[in-house]
Write a protein that binds this ligand. Structure first.
Ligand code: HEM
Length: 537
């Protein structure tokens, strides 16, 4: 008390200049103590990493903002080894043994506090943002019927509608020869949004057909840029209460777009809820079992709980984003690698065209027997995992031991997927597109098992991607339909890859480039398309 009274007396007796000096000194002293603690007594003090990242989260914020976090993580692991301190309280661990220990069913972790910010404007956390382990498990139980085997059987028919449209409209203009140049990324994005809205709400965005809703991917991109870095801001606890309010409109265009995106997702959901309500009044069961049909009628068997409106809104925004973009980037990236590797393209086209004799036949169970198609998708997801950087998991009471290192409660750990997917000891020639590494008869069963144990684009364990099986259906249908009905060639020079004059980490011409903003964003390749019937007649 005495010290406080003395300080107050000095403050009152001081001029403005002196007060400014005292404040500056206090700040410097405070940060000196904080930084010294982080470098000495902090539980992660002994782990290596870039100097500024060991004392502050600002370098992480900057790389998230720039979309280069995955490249930074790779550079750090090459320099410092398998365990890297990338933030004041955060480690990324790239050993194969660490993946199940951090993300598997028995991992003593919950999601890190970064998740608290992601869908704050929805008024409730989505399943992905639910930090409480038990609440998360409950939400997963709720969602399960929408992703069950029965639902997926239904989903295949619905996704086929968009896959057919992608194949037809991408090939438009190619009836009389090669079409004009088309950006594969744009068309893959239209497909991603159309299939997920059709499947999710029973009404497609119609991006494959027309311009009206083609603004949505741009807004989602801005929202992702903003929400990615903002969650890591060192003073986020003070910013969070302002998020989702009108103030967000004045922070930046990205922040305003984030609200616009949420409003769009909410209005889609409202329309779907209204339809469900009307059907119930009329005593009709919807014959079209889309994702929200399941969610709106979901009731937990154990607790009897149903979804709240806010939870549904949060999941609605999540499902559009998570469902559309992971699939879209994988289609665009796969096309890039196939065009870059004509042998692989030839083999895949042959496999698809020999398996089916008409577009109507392109469906499961046969589609799932196409080994090379499956391997091309797995290899693309290895090279370009859509969520390429460490997703933070916070260690719970009791700590966690990995490779003889003990991590105490409260620290963040995670698996850097992009780094792990390019580990040359598991994936020889890691920057080359080699689908064969996922085919047992062309590699060995042991090598394929080792590759699958490390290549985890959907992550693993209870917090992994619930849409994994749905993604494979969508990816296979889209690629099979496009390559069955059309020939595809590079327009001019192959775009979408790195280049010698690009910034550090982006020099590899053979690698499809992406920006990491929660999901991977990208551009190209530019392609030309010719209807296949032309070649045959
Ligand atoms: C190639 C496509 C996709 C990839 C690579 C992918 C990857 C992932 C990853 C890595 C996560 C974990 C994120 C985290 O821990 O923060 C995740 C979560 C999630 N994904 Fe996907 N995803 C894809 C497509 C889809 C699709 C099509 C849907 C379905 C509509 C979907 C729905 C979800 C949901 C709801 C979560 C949250 C799960 C939870 O927290 O329990 N994803 N995804």
């Amino acid at each position: 008390m005495y010290i406080f009274e003395r300080a107050l007396a000095i403050w009152q007796a001081s001029s403005y200049t002196q007060c400014a000096l005292y404040l500056t000194f206090t700040f410097i002293f405070y940060f000196f103590i904080v930084f010294t603690y982080r470098l000495t007594f902090h539980p992660l003090a002994r782990y290596p990493g870039p100097f500024f990242a060991r004392i502050s989260d600002w370098p992480l914020v900057i790389y998230c903002y720039r979309g280069d976090r995955h490249l930074w993580e790779l550079k750090n692991h090459l320099k410092y080894g398998p365990i890297v301190r990338y933030g004041a309280n955060s480690l990324s661990i790239s050993t194969p043994t660490s993946l199940p220990l951090i993300h598997g069913p028995k991992a003593n972790v919950k999601k890190g506090s970064w998740y608290k910010t992601l869908d704050i404007s929805a008024g409730a956390p989505s399943v992905q943002m639910e930090i409480n382990k038990h609440a998360h498990a409950l939400r997963r139980r709720f969602l399960a019927p929408a992703f069950s085997e029965r639902a997926l059987k239904n989903a295949e028919k619905l996704i086929t509608v968009s896959a057919l449209k992608l194949s037809k409209n991408l090939g438009l203009g190619g009836e009389e020869g090669w079409s004009e140049a088309k950006n594969m990324n744009d068309w893959a994005t239209y497909f991603g949004f159309d299939f997920i809205s059709d499947l999710g709400y029973g009404s497609s965005f119609g991006m494959l057909d027309g311009q009206e809703n083609r603004w949505i991917p741009g807004v989602l991109k801005s929202a992702s840029v903003f929400l990615y870095y903002v969650g890591y801001l060192p003073f986020i606890d003070f910013v969070r209460p302002l998020m989702g309010t009108a103030i967000q409109d004045y922070i930046s265009q990205d922040a305003a777009d984030s609200l616009k995106y949420t409003e769009m997702a909410n209005s889609r959901l409202a329309a779907r809820m209204e339809l469900e309500r009307k059907l119930k009044i009329e005593g009709k069961e919807t014959s079209r079992k889309d994702t929200f049909h399941y969610l709106l009628n979901s009731k937990d068997a154990v607790t009897g709980k149903t979804f709240t409106k806010e939870e549904l809104q949060a999941d609605s925004a999540l499902i559009i984003a998570a469902g559309s973009d992971g699939v879209a980037i994988t289609i665009a990236a796969c096309m890039f690698y196939l065009l870059k590797n004509p042998e692989a393209m030839g083999r895949l086209v042959k496999e698809i065209r020999e398996a089916f004799s008409s577009v109507e036949e392109i469906r499961n169970p046969k589609l799932n027997t196409l080994l090379y198609l499956h391997a091309c998708i797995e290899e693309t997801l290895r090279m370009n995992p859509p969520k390429p950087s460490t997703l933070p998991r916070e260690v719970l009471q009791g700590g966690l031991t990995i490779d003889e290192n003990h991590f105490p409660k409260g620290v963040n750990i995670g698996s850097p997927l992009y780094v792990m997917h390019h580990d040359p000891s598991i994936f020889p020639e890691p920057w080359s597109f080699k689908p064969e590494r996922f085919i047992a008869s062309e590699s060995t069963a042991e090598r394929v098992a080792a590759a699958r144990a490390v290549s985890a684009p959907f992550l693993i364990g209870p917090m992994n991607c619930i849409g994994k099986n749905m993604s494979f259906i969508a990816l296979k249908l889209a690629l099979a339909h496009v390559l069955f009905s059309n020939d595809v060639r590079i327009s001019g020079k192959l775009t979408g890859g790195g280049g010698k004059d690009e910034e550090e980490g982006r020099e590899r011409e053979d690698e499809y480039q992406m920006q990491d903003w929660i999901i991977g964003f990208r551009d190209g390749p530019m392609i030309e398309v010719r209807k296949r019937s032309l070649v045959e007649t």
